[in-house]
Design a protein around this ligand. Structure first.
Ligand code: AP5
Length: 222
């Protein structure tokens, strides 16, 4: 039975496995999975005004302006499904975003309970992003060698043809790694200082990583 909301930040560089693991954590702990990357890709696919604004930033591997992402986050946090708590995947990415999230949660008498950091070496990140294939219809994520679709080309779930993400090309991958180190990595110190950071090895199979993340959640009481 859910007794109180739980708010879990999942941190890690691009390609670390945040999306893969956030889905599993959300299911295991009955939380809403909020992926700002998925929300933005959905806006881009639907050709909305925020999507049109975000597209060029994303394709270059740069951060989308805080106001655009902040509005999407606010909508999600105020949804009924968010009342049980959330796994934040890809948010916050800057100190300003971290403070915005703190403020929004404080208004709901909540705070970040734990920040889980997925640690993966750069060479592995590049291999993971270059081999990633995504389903444009249902959002399922595969990898050409680590987690291939059954028929090699189409989504196991809905049968749609899998695609390479627009930002999974060389130039954008390099820029995303650079931006992560400059803007997002400093958040580790912020959460370490609060005593809520758990550093998790993100290498090994997705099952192994999931097990370590569950261990990292042990200190959190619901
Ligand atoms: P976003 O979608 O958040 O991208 P990201 O942070 O770069 O992370 P990725 O989605 O690339 O990787 P992931 O860690 O989720 O890994 P995954 O599970 O897919 O953001 C995209 C863009 O949107 C940003 O660049 C920015 O422009 C914008 N944006 C988003 N949020 C923003 C914000 N808050 N502010 C401003 N702008 C924002 O796994 C990767 C691959 O590895 C997959 O193929 C997977 O199958 C495979 N894999 C996973 N686990 C394993 C494993 N254990 N072993 C082997 N392979 C594995």
């Amino acid at each position: 039975m859910v007794t109180r909301a739980l708010d879990v930040v999942l941190l890690g560089p691009p390609g670390a496995g945040k999306g893969t693991q956030a889905r599993r954590l959300a299911e295991a702990f009955v939380l809403l999975h909020i992926s700002t990357g998925d929300l933005l890709r959905d806006e881009v696919a639907r050709g909305t005004a925020p999507g049109l604004e975000a597209k060029a930033f994303m394709n270059r591997g740069e951060l989308v302006p805080d106001e655009v992402v902040g509005r999407m986050l606010l909508r999600q946090l105020h949804s009924q499904q968010a009342s049980v708590g959330c796994v934040y995947d890809g948010y916050p990415r800057t100190t300003a975003q971290a403070h915005l999230l703190d403020g929004l949660l404080a208004e709901l008498n909540r705070r970040i309970d734990v920040a889980l950091f997925l640690d993966v070496p750069d060479e592995e990140l590049v291999t993971r992003m270059a081999g990633r294939r995504s389903c444009p219809a249902c959002g399922s994520v595969y990898h050409l060698t680590a987690h291939p679709p059954k028929d090699g080309a189409n989504c196991d779930g809905c049968g749609s043809g899998l695609v390479l993400r627009d930002d999974d090309h060389d130039g954008a991958i390099r820029e995303r790694l650079r931006v992560y180190k400059a803007a997002t990595a400093p958040l580790l110190d912020l959460y370490r200082g609060r005593g809520i950071l758990r550093e998790i090895a993100g290498t090994g199979t997705p099952d192994q990583v999931h097990g370590r993340l569950r261990d990292g959640m042990r200190s959190v009481k619901r």
